[in-house]
Design a protein around this ligand. Structure first.
Ligand code: B12
Ligand code: SF4
Ligand code: SF4
Length: 399
C-alpha cells in the first residue's frame, strides 16, 4: 500500500527543506499515466526534441523500447514515482551583471562566466591562501537533498511505513524536466526566458528534486505566471534563442538550445557556427543576459544561505588570465567547479572567440599563436577571431 502524503506532511517537508538550507520548496504530484496532464507534458517534450532544439545533448533524447522519450514522462524510468519534492537555492550575489558597462570601454579585456559557476568552498588545500576551491552546485545541492531524504525516511519509519517509501535525489541528471515540476509544486513560474521565477526571490535559483513514491492526494497550486506583456528577455537575447510565439504545441515557454549561448559555450563540442560567433560577445562560460534584464531580478535578494559563496576572481575574469592558464593551473583552479566538465580546450575556444569580438589589438599575438595550435578547434576559432579583429580594427566597426 502506498503512503498518502497529508497536508501536514507537506508543510513539514517545506519547513525542513528551509531548515536544511533551501530557500524554497514545494511538492508536486506526478501526473497519472494517460491523464491529460501527462499527455500534454509528453507532447511538449517530444515536440521540443523533434524540432531539433536539444542540439547535441544526447541525454535529453533517450527513449525506451517503445521509442518514447524517457524525460517526457517520469514513470517511464521510475514506475513507482508518485510525487516530486522540488527544492531551490538562491545563488544571487551582490556583484556586477554581464550587461553592466565596463570601465575598459571601448572594447573589453574581461570575459564572463555565468553567475551559477562562481561558487566555491574553502578547503584545506586552499585555506592557507585564503582562496576558495571550486564547488559544483550539483554536489552542494545533492548533499542537502540527501539530508532531507534521510529525515523523510525517519519520519515515515516512525509511522511504521518506511519499507514502502522509495526515494531518489537528483540535481539535473534525473529523467525529468525539473522546471515543469517546480511550477506545479508552486515554487515559481516559467518565465518567457524559460527560467523559474519566484516573486520575492527572482530567478537566480538552482533546483534539486527528490522523486518519491508518496501519493499526493491533491495537486499543489501551480505558481501564477507574472510575465504579463513584458518581452525584455526576448529583446535582449543576442542570438534570438527564445522561441516566441511558441511554435511547439502546448509549450508555454521554450528556447532553441542550438542558438543559446549557454549551450554553445558549455555543451557544444567542436566548432561553433560562424554566424553565431560575433553574437557571443565576451561570454566564455554560460550566459546570464535573459535573467539580468528581467524586472523580477531587480530586487532579487542576495543569497543568505552561504551554500554557494562566490569566488570573486571569477567575476569579470581577464581574458588574458584565462588564456594563460596551462592544464595544471586550469585543473587546480576549476577542480570541482562546473567549468571542470567543459574542460580547458572548450573554454579556450570560447576565450579565443571573445578576444575576436573584443575590438582590442593587444589580443592579436595570442590569437596568432593559437592559430598554429595542435588543437584543430582552437586553431580554427583563433584564426577566425584574428581575422575578425583585424577587420574590426581596419574598418573601425563599432562594437
Ligand atoms: C538541458 C538544460 C539546459 C540547456 C537547455 C535549456 C532549456 N531551456 O531547455 C541549456 C544548455 C541551453 C541550458 C541553459 C541554462 N540552464 Co539549464 N538545464 C538543462 C536541464 C539539465 C534540462 C532542461 C530540459 O529538460 N530542457 C528541455 C525542455 C523541453 O524542458 P524545460 O525547459 O524544462 O521545459 C519543460 C517544462 O518547463 C514544461 N513547460 C513549459 N512551459 C510550461 C508551463 C507550465 C504551466 C508547466 C506546468 C510546464 C511547462 O514543458 C517542457 C517539457 O516538459 C535542466 C535540469 C533539469 N533536469 O530539468 C537545467 C536547468 C533548467 N538549467 C538551469 C540553469 C541555471 C541554466 C542557465 C541559467 C545557466 C547559465 N547561466 O548559462 C541557462 C539558462 C538558459 C535558459 N534561458 O533556459 C537551471 C534553471 C533554474 C531556474 N531558475 O529555472 C536548471 C533547472 C538546473 C538546476 N538544477 O537548477 N540548460
Ligand atoms: S541564456 Fe543567453 S543566449 Fe540563452 S536564451 Fe538567455 S539570453 Fe539568450
Ligand atoms: S524579462 Fe519579462 S518576459 Fe522575460 S522572464 Fe522576465 S518578466 Fe518574463
Amino acid at each position: 500500500m502506498a503512503i498518502v502524503l497529508q497536508r501536514e506532511d507537506r508543510e513539514w517537508i517545506e519547513a525542513r527543506a528551509r531548515a536544511i538550507g533551501f530557500d524554497l520548496a514545494g511538492v508536486a504530484s506526478v501526473p497519472q499515466p494517460a491523464s491529460s496532464s501527462a499527455e500534454q507534458e509528453d507532447r511538449r517534450y517530444a515536440s521540443w526534441v523533434e524540432a531539433g532544439h536539444a542540439g547535441e545533448m544526447g541525454y535529453l533524447k533517450r527513449v525506451n523500447d517503445a521509442g518514447e522519450y524517457l524525460r517526457g514522462d517520469l514513470r517511464r524510468s521510475i514506475p513507482w514515482a508518485r510525487s516530486v519534492i522540488v527544492c531551490a537555492v538562491n545563488y544571487n550575489v551582490d556583484a556586477p551583471r554581464s550587461i553592466d558597462p565596463l570601465d575598459e570601454q571601448p572594447g573589453f579585456r574581461s570575459g564572463w562566466i555565468a553567475r551559477y559557476a562562481w561558487s566555491g568552498r574553502s578547503s584545506s588545500d586552499h585555506k592557507a591562501s585564503g582562496d576558495y576551491a571550486g564547488s559544483d552546485y550539483h554536489d552542494v545541492l545533492l548533499e542537502r537533498l540527501r539530508a532531507l531524504e534521510a529525515e523523510l525516511k525517519l519520519r515515515f519509519a516512525a509511522q511504521g511505513s518506511a519499507e514502502e517509501l522509495h526515494t531518489r535525489c537528483y540535481v539535473d541528471t534525473g529523467p525529468l524536466p525539473e522546471r515543469g515540476y517546480a511550477v506545479r509544486a508552486g515554487v515559481g513560474w516559467i518565465g518567457k526566458n524559460t527560467c523559474i521565477i519566484q516573486q520575492q526571490q527572482g530567478s537566480w535559483l538552482l533546483l534539486g528534486v527528490i522523486v518519491t513514491s508518496l501519493e499526493f492526494a491533491s495537486w499543489s497550486v501551480p505558481a501564477a505566471d507574472r510575465c504579463g506583456s513584458c518581452t525584455r528577455c526576448i529583446d535582449a537575447c543576442p542570438t534570438s534563442a527564445i522561441l516566441s510565439p511558441q511554435p511547439v504545441p502546448d509549450a508555454a515557454r521554450s528556447i532553441d538550445s542550438t542558438r543559446c549561448i549557454a549551450y554553445l559555450t558549455i555543451e557544444k563540442k567542436g566548432s561553433i557556427a560562424e554566424e553565431l560567433r560575433p553574437l557571443l560577445g565576451r561570454q566564455v562560460f554560460g550566459c546570464d543576459i535573459c535573467q539580468e534584464v528581467c524586472p523580477w531580478n531587480r530586487k532579487a535578494p542576495v543569497s543568505t544561505s552561504n551554500l554557494l559563496p562566490p569566488r570573486r576572481e571569477l567575476i569579470n575574469p581577464a581574458l588574458e588570465w584565462l588564456a594563460g592558464l596551462d592544464g595544471r593551473d586550469f585543473n587546480r583552479i576549476f577542480r570541482g567547479s562546473p567549468l571542470e566538465r567543459t574542460r580547458r580546450s572548450r573554454v579556450l575556444r570560447n576565450v579565443a572567440l571573445a578576444m575576436g569580438n573584443s575590438g582590442l589589438e593587444e589580443f592579436l599575438p595570442q590569437l596568432d599563436r593559437w592559430a598554429a595550435s595542435e588543437d584543430p578547434v582552437l586553431a580554427e576559432a583563433a584564426s577566425w577571431a584574428a581575422a575578425r579583429l583585424r577587420t574590426t580594427l581596419q574598418t573601425g566597426e563599432s562594437l
